[in-house]
Design a protein around this ligand. Structure first.
Ligand code: NAP
Length: 281
C-alpha cells in the first residue's frame, strides 16, 4: 500500500508559495495575513504558532492580534473592519469557535470574500458552492492538494465523503464535484456506511470518530484520505484518524496516515491562499 504522506505535499506548496510571495514583495507588495485570537485556548495558541512559523518560511507577513476572552463585540468588529479596509492586509483569519458572548456569524460576515483565506464568511462558502471566485476552507483544499500531488484521478470516479460539516465535509464534496467525481456525502444518519464505503473508489473521512472506518468498510484498489484528528483512546496523549490505518494498510491501494497526512498540508494551504489573495488584490 502507498502511504500518502503530507510532508512532501506541504513542502511543494510552501516552495511555490515562497517564490510567488518573493515576487510580489519585489514588486512592493508583501503578502500579509492578519490573525485574530480571542482568549488563550491551548489549541488556538498552538495553531497560531504553526501559522506564524509557516508564514515566516513562506515570506508572508503575519500580523497577530490577541484579544481578551471577554472582548466586546463592537471592539472585535472594529478590529476586523480596520483589517478589511487596510490595503496592506491581504488575508484575514480568526480562530473558531469564539467565546459564547460573541456573535460569531456577524463577525465572520465582516471578512470580505477576497480576504477570507479560510472561508469563514457565508458569502465565501456561497462562492465555493457556486464555483465563483473565493477561497475554500484550508482543510478540504489540503485534501484536494493531496489528491493532485499523488495524481489520484477524480473524473468519473466514485467518492464517498464521510461528514457534512461546513468546515470539511460539505465544501470537500463541492470541490470533488467540481473535479468531476461522483460524490456521495454521508453523515450520522446514513444507513449502511460500510457498504457505501466499500463501493467507492475514494473514501474521504472527516467525522471525528477514532478508527470509525474499519477494515471491513474498505476494498482493494481504493484510495483513502483521512482528515480526522482524534485523541487516541488506545494510546493516551497520541492522536489518531477516523480510519483504522493498520487495517487499511493490508487492503487498500493508498491511504493517508494520521498524524503525518492531511494535517501537515492545511497551514501550507493557508499561506498559499494569502499569496493568491495578494496576487488578486
Ligand atoms: P464536525 O463538525 O463534528 O462534523 C462531523 C461530521 O461527521 C458530521 O457531519 C456528523 O454527522 C458526521 N458523523 C459523526 N459521527 C458519525 C458517524 N458515526 N457516522 C457517520 N457520520 C458521522 O467535525 P469537523 O469539524 O468536520 O471535523 C471532522 C474531523 O476532521 C475531526 O476529527 C477534526 O478534528 C478533523 N479536522 C482536521 C483538520 C486538519 O487536519 N487540519 C481541520 C478540521 C477538522 P451529522 O451532521 O449527522 O451530525
Amino acid at each position: 500500500m502507498q502511504r500518502l504522506t503530507g510532508k512532501e505535499v506541504a513542502a511543494a506548496i510552501m516552495a511555490d508559495t515562497k517564490e510567488r510571495a518573493e515576487k510580489l514583495a519585489a514588486a512592493g507588495k508583501t503578502p500579509c495575513l492578519a490573525v485574530f485570537r480571542v482568549g488563550e485556548r491551548p489549541d488556538d495558541v498552538a495553531y497560531e504558532a504553526s501559522i506564524k512559523r509557516h508564514c515566516e518560511r513562506a515570506a508572508v507577513e503575519c500580523r497577530l492580534v490577541t484579544l481578551p476572552a471577554d472582548v466586546a463585540q463592537q471592539d472585535f468588529a472594529a478590529k476586523l473592519q480596520a483589517a478589511a479596509a487596510d490595503p496592506t492586509v491581504h488575508g484575514m483569519f480568526f480562530f473558531s469557535p469564539l467565546p459564547k458572548n460573541l456573535d460569531e456569524d456577524a463577525l465572520r460576515a465582516l471578512i470580505p470574500v477576497e480576504k477570507d483565506v479560510d472561508c469563514l464568511a457565508e458569502a465565501s462558502a456561497a462562492a465555493v458552492f457556486c464555483g465563483s471566485e473565493g477561497f475554500a476552507p484550508c482543510t478540504p483544499s489540503a485534501v484536494m492538494e493531496m489528491l493532485r500531488y499523488y495524481q489520484v484521478p477524480l473524473s468519473g470516479r466514485r467518492a464517498v465523503v464521510l461528514g457534512r460539516s461546513m468546515v470539511v465535509g460539505k465544501p470537500l464534496a463541492m470541490l470533488l464535484l467540481a473535479a468531476d467525481a461522483t460524490v456521495t456525502v454521508c453523515h450520522s444518519r446514513s444507513q449502511d456506511l460500510p457498504a457505501l464505503c466499500r463501493e467507492a473508489d475514494i473514501v474521504l473521512a472527516a467525522v471525528g470518530r477514532p478508527r470509525l472506518v474499519q477494515g471491513e468498510w474498505l476494498s482493494s484498489d481504493q484510495v483513502v484520505l483521512d482528515v480526522g484528528v482524534n485523541a487516541d483512546p488506545e494510546n493516551p496523549g497520541k492522536i489518531c484518524g477516523d480510519v483504522d490505518f493498520a487495517a487499511a494498510e493490508g487492503i487498500v491501494a493508498a491511504a493517508s496516515p494520521v498524524p503525518g497526512g492531511v494535517g501537515l498540508v492545511t497551514t501550507a494551504v493557508l499561506c498559499r491562499h494569502v499569496v493568491e489573495a495578494a496576487e488578486r488584490q
